[in-house]
Ligand binder design. Structure first.
Ligand code: NAD
Length: 363
């Protein structure tokens, strides 16, 4: 199947798609810029051995649209974009490849900023940054803001509190039973916040190593089988592993009152947002509650000086609490799924800020 590119761009409101080929390294990469109403496009660079060019293009476009919504909903001044490098991250990486990538990003003159995603690491962008000023999310040793899992976990924790306030009438998580799927970088941070507040934590992971790490720190944490985590009777189910876990099979099994976790693309399809809403479960839209990492990399671009970064990022991440309260309240008032409210709020913000720019201002 060959994609009708202009038709797809028109359908989804894309501004620009750039195909880049470097004859020295063989780099093949696609940069998709969806919407820059709020500011330059921001979105990671994924490296994957895509089987077809269509597959790579579809992935870049889908992810770029997601970034537009995520930036808009989380009060960031960036638009949505994403790039993909066609190649095997285990075999095809080199300094030259990422420098070639950096040069192509630089050619866009600041319309697109990027950093790590699946298949890429901070070090790849240290190389890319030798050719470009538009790299973010670099390791701390290289002047970047470092690990994004910390603010992401903090945002998830704050989001859980907002949801608890709506469902239980109190934001306190003390004594609340919370089941976490996936205790990797983000999940472990969420556990730390919850244990500090005195929540009752249940964890599940396919990695014994990660389970053991948590058990060593908190021996009283309960562990459940990865297949059983959807059936746990709890106040909050927190997906912090992979996407698509809210689907036709899992929704009938859920015995929780809230779903609030860091995983990307939790709803397998948009209709599943409606199904959890009908079941009476309060769902914290993934791209809002997990925006802490994005807030950090955006901060790295906005405030080049490293001073006070950690405190400032955590302060900005706290806004997730209020944003979610707004979403939950509107969902209740208008009886529409929270996933839909989040999309509408993002679209409204883009439209309003876009219209503001109608008045000419010399800067
Ligand atoms: P990670 O790879 O460090 O952790 C994921 C954990 O999930 C691992 O321990 C893995 O073993 C476990 N896992 C995988 N499949 C599982 C299953 N079926 N059942 C139970 N556990 C399973 O990743 P992370 O950085 O902690 O990210 C977690 C999720 O949050 C991902 O979906 C990621 O895209 C999303 N996210 C992460 C960030 C960030 O800053 N790291 C930001 C936004 C969103």
């Amino acid at each position: 199947m060959k994609i009708d590119i202009f038709k797809e761009m028109e359908k989804h409101g894309f501004e620009q798609i750039i195909f880049n080929y470097d004859k020295t390294t063989g780099l093949k990469c696609i940069i998709a810029i969806h919407d820059t109403t709020l500011g330059p496009a921001l979105g990671g660079c994924r490296m994957w051995p895509y089987e077809t060019e269509d597959e790579a293009l579809t992935d870049a476009m889908r992810l770029a649209v997601g970034m537009t919504y995520k930036c808009a909903a989380s009060d960031n001044n960036f638009g949505g974009g994403k790039s993909v490098i066609i190649g095997d991250p285990n075999k095809d990486k080199s300094e030259a490849l990422f420098r070639a990538f950096g040069r192509f990003v630089q050619m866009l003159g600041g319309r697109y900023y990027t950093g790590t995603d699946m298949g890429t690491t901070g070090m790849d962008f240290v190389y890319a940054s030798r050719e470009s000023d538009c790299m973010t999310g670099l390791p701390e040793e290289f002047g970047g803001s470092g690990n994004t899992a910390l603010p992401t976990a903090y945002g998830v924790y704050k989001g859980m509190k907002a949801a608890a306030r709506i469902v239980f009438g109190s934001a306190s998580l003390k004594g609340r039973k919370i089941a976490i799927q996936g205790v990797g970088k983000v999940g472990q941070g969420v556990v730390d916040h919850l244990k500090e507040e005195g929540a009752q934590v249940i964890i599940s992971d396919i990695s014994e190593e990660n389970i053991n790490k948590v058990k060593e720190k908190y021996p009283d944490v309960e562990v459940v089988d990865p297949d059983k985590v959807y059936d746990v009777e709890c106040d909050i189910f927190s997906p912090c592993a992979r996407g698509g876990i809210i689907n036709d099979d899992t929704i009938p099994r859920f015995k929780c009152k809230i779903i609030a976790g860091s995983a990307n693309n939790q709803l397998l399809e948009p209709k599943h947002g409606e199904m959890v809403h009908e079941k009476g479960i309060l769902y914290a839209p993934d791209y809002v509650i997990n925006a802490g990492g994005l807030i950090q990399v955006a901060d790295e671009l906005e405030y080049k000086d490293a001073g006070m970064r950690r405190e400032r990022v955590l302060m900005k991440t706290e806004a997730i609490y209020d944003i979610l309260l707004r979403i939950f309240t509107r969902s209740k008032e208008q009886n529409i799924p929270t996933s839909e409210v989040a999309d509408r709020l993002a679209e409204e913000r883009i439209e309003t800020i876009g219209k503001l720019k109608a008045n000419y201002v010399k800067r």
